[in-house]
Ligand binder design. Structure first.
Ligand code: COA
Length: 380
């Protein structure tokens, strides 16, 4: 029997705290136009002291998993470049918190911002050879570059979860065109909490690989890996005659402009932005996708939208998550990210926060001897 493979369910989570770029610009005594026009960003989500890559991934996955899915999930791929353990996969924590079954392969996948796409393609291959089984792909990242660095204006945090199955109700995923090249544009060796970044080289390598992998094909929508919004404009220009309209590009950038950089998830946040913010029906349409991970690797592929995508997507939940966030001041931003850095550098950490966890079900309670302990709340 012929069946298709792709994303059956999909969700997105970001934290409850956000800084407007004008507030960051005030604190850094920087021209706000560099952030809002040059980089194209309006706001960026900031990680709270009681959340990490695992809690964010659990929130996104929890939205989409039903009792009926659990027996069929035989693989979890956790894509992140903000992992805190060089041995144990973040997916093991998630597997327990979501009560997945024991006979399930769990792996953390890493290749800068490309890992989620690698994981999605591997998940599709897995389902192609096991068509009754399902694979949960999660992408969760905290983009932290350090205070007063050039990358500081391109931070953010968030997670995307995708359930990969046969006969998918959101979109079919095509096999991609890949190009790999060893480049030192962005890397984070084990001795460093912050990445070492050559931003200009990163932009150049991104565009070079887009050119190499791009197929001469016209799409009405194209989603790009988006570390900052004007990167999508640069990428679109590279498509020449095949570039998409400015109106469609703005729709593809909309969520990311207000969330910031979420590394692996940013391409998929752009896809959600199109599926949720485009009022016209996109059923049966092909959307071009370009994934880039520094270091470097890129992949061009496409997705074909299923007829049921609008019923399956929890559009209101996702929109509400972006709208409900609490605006924080520059001083609160520095304090929250300082707590994050202290926490991530400690083998023991006890949450002592004046911030009351809000709008989240999964909470990081403490770190003891490097092991993380979580609790579940009844919040929505
Ligand atoms: N008003 C309007 N635009 C302004 C401006 C102002 N006052 N000041 C600068 N700009 C524009 C610049 O002209 C530039 O636009 P362009 O790219 O079209 O030339 C843009 O804003 C960025 O300014 P630039 O001086 O290049 O910024 P930067 O040297 O601080 O670096 C990044 C920007 C993105 C390279 C840096 O933030 C970074 O390294 N980020 C992390 C890595 C990353 O995101 N890599 C991307 C590929 S994965």
């Amino acid at each position: 029997m012929k069946y298709t493979v792709g994303i059956d369910k999909m969700s997105f989570y970001t934290t409850n705290y956000v800084i407007d770029m004008s507030e960051l610009a005030r604190g850094r005594d920087m021209d706000v136009n560099k952030c809002k026009t040059g980089i194209g960003q309006e706001k960026m989500s900031i990680i709270s002291p009681y959340e990490d890559v695992i809690t964010m991934a659990c929130e996104a996955a929890n939205d989409i998993l039903s009792e009926e899915d659990i027996p069929d999930i035989e693989m979890v791929l956790f894509a992140t470049e903000s992992g805190f353990d060089f041995s144990k996969s973040s997916g093991i924590y998630l597997h327990k918190l979501l009560h997945l079954k024991p006979n399930c392969r769990v792996l953390e996948i890493k290749q800068a911002c490309y890992a989620a796409t690698g994981a999605l393609q591997m998940a599709c291959d897995f389902v192609r050879s096991n068509n009754n089984k399902k694979c949960l792909v999660v992408s969760s990242d905290i983009a932290w570059y350090g205070f007063k660095t050039s990358g500081e204006i391109t931070q953010g945090c968030g997670a995307v979860a995708m359930l990969v199955t046969s006969n998918p109700r959101i979109c079919k995923v095509s096999q991609g065109h890949v190009f790999v090249n060893n480049v030192n544009d962005f890397y984070r060796p084990s001795y460093s909490h912050e990445p070492i970044v050559n931003g200009k080289l990163s932009i150049k390598t991104y565009l070079d690989i887009l050119n190499k992998t791009m197929q001469k094909q016209k799409f009405s929508y194209f989603c790009f890996h988006m570390p900052f919004a004007t990167m999508s404009d640069k990428a679109n220009k590279t498509l020449g005659d095949n570039q998409i309209s400015q109106e469609h590009l703005e729709i593809a950038k909309q969520f990311g402009k207000y969330v910031g950089n979420i590394y692996n998830g940013s391409l998929y946040l752009s896809l959600l932005s199109v599926l949720i913010n485009e009022p016209k029906d996109l059923s049966k349409q092909d959307i071009g996708m370009f994934s880039y991970g520094s270091g470097s690797i890129g992949e061009f592929f496409s997705v074909t939208i299923s007829e049921s995508y609008k019923e399956i997507l929890q559009s209101d939940v996702i929109k509400h998550r972006i709208e409900r966030r609490k605006e924080i001041s520059f001083e609160e931003y520095e304090s929250m990210l300082s707590t994050f850095v202290e926490r991530e550098s400690s083998s023991n950490f006890m949450l002592e926060s004046s911030l009351t966890p809000k709008y989240c079900k999964f909470i990081l309670e403490k770190i003891e001897n490097g092991h993380r302990y979580y609790k579940k709340s009844n919040e929505n």
